[in-house]
Design a protein around this ligand. Structure first.
Ligand code: PLP
Length: 357
């Protein structure tokens, strides 16, 4: 089976982890701090604050932006569920705006339809590694005095006009789950140029503790461990080569696939290709056939957020593009662990089955 995702763990990660285990200092400490400094430098922000997951990074980023009960946060319905959960954790209300059919990201032209006097923030997602249209989103945010939180969980290394995602909003969040572009097992990080936001995230992730047993606010235990952080440090060194491999693999697929609609890449963008996602009208049949041939493919995501029963009450506008696309998307392997033979096998199988379907 060619897997849909494969964490790329080498000797460097293994020996770094053993070094931390031998040190006896396992929880958040100097390695987390080192990882934060290096990640901030890579992304190009003043601050980075590591957390226990991408989900907890989002939760704390929203809290640090002052999102609270009764507030509304504008986001996309076509995303991983934790984007939406992070809004609900703050007792705020998600306001879903339909996506663009080509980029799969939130449609900036429709965002203002969702703005009310309760709107606090816009939460765009760089889905599959393609940057959302941040210039337009930031313009709208400025006009209405809204915070912008980037969900960059799938977009480590992606760029828009030569600038890395994670630097555009007031704050941004990344995930280091094993399927993501780099991993720490579980983990996440918040990036920002705003010192106040960084400080609030630091407090919130550690019980609200300002100094030893002095608490400034209610907080959580959302810390990253030093064991995870050293993995992150080693992975970060490899991130550029991983992303370049993803881009090369995507290029090979796009040049050779027939019968499916291939991913659109915006001009002036470095698509990080967390996923390589095609569309086909008979997606479910195509998926079954590919799985049978040993090609691990997957549907991200079979349902939009507002199509889950407990979230149906938040469907307050037309979301037809997102609903239609959820029926057609199929992600096929693009990760850096693929060999040339793997790529050729994927192309051959997809093309053969598309001809038959
Ligand atoms: C993976 C992911 C998250 C959550 O990250 P975890 O580390 O799994 O908590 C959030 N948003 C998106 C778009 C993701 O893909």
């Amino acid at each position: 089976m060619i897997p849909i995702a494969k964490p790329m763990i080498g000797e460097e990660e293994k020996s770094a982890v053993i070094r931390v285990l031998d040190s006896g200092m396992l929880a958040q400490g100097s390695e987390v701090k080192r990882f934060e400094e290096q990640f901030a430098e890579y992304i190009g922000t003043k601050f980075a604050v590591a957390t226990s997951s991408g989900t907890t990074a989002l939760h704390l980023a929203l809290l640090a932006c002052g999102v609270e009960k009764g507030d509304e946060v504008i986001t996309t319905p076509f995303t991983f569920i934790s984007t939406v959960n992070s809004i609900l954790f703050c007792s705020a209300k998600p306001v879903f705006i339909d996506i663009e059919h080509d980029t799969f990201n939130i449609n900036p032209e429709k965002i203002e339809d969702g703005v009310t006097e309760r709107t606090k923030a816009i939460l765009p997602v760089h889905l599959y590694g393609q940057p959302a249209k941040m210039d337009l989103i930031l313009e709208i945010a400025e006009r209405h005095n809204l915070k912008v939180i980037e969900d960059a969980a799938q977009a480590h290394g992606a760029e828009l006009e030569g600038r890395k995602v994670g630097t555009f909003g007031d704050v941004a969040c990344f995930s280091f789950y094993p399927t993501k572009n780099i991993t720490t097992g579980e983990g996440g990080i918040v990036t920002t140029n705003n010192e106040e936001i960084a400080e609030r995230v630091r407090l919130l992730r550690n019980h609200g503790q300002k100094s030893r047993y002095e608490y400034a606010m209610i907080g959580y235990n959302f810390r990253m461990t030093d064991v995870a952080a050293v993995m992150g440090i080693e992975q970060l060194k490899k991130l550029e080569s991983f992303v370049n491999r993803r881009i090369e693999n995507a290029r090979f697929l796009s040049e050779n696939l027939n019968g499916v609609s291939i991913p659109y890449v915006m001009p002036d963008v470095r698509h990080a290709f967390h996923q390589y996602t095609v569309m086909h009208d008979r997606r479910d049949e195509l998926r079954e056939r590919l799985i049978k041939e040993g090609i691990g493919c997957a549907i991200y995501y079979p349902k939009c957020a507002h199509q889950h029963n407990h979230l149906k009450k938040y469907r307050n506008s037309e979301l037809r593009i997102a609903e239609g696309i959820a029926k057609k998307v199929l992600s096929i392997p693009v990760h850096p662990g693929l060999s040339r033979e793997d790529l050729e096998k994927i192309v051959e199988s997809v093309n053969k089955h598309c001809k038959e379907l």
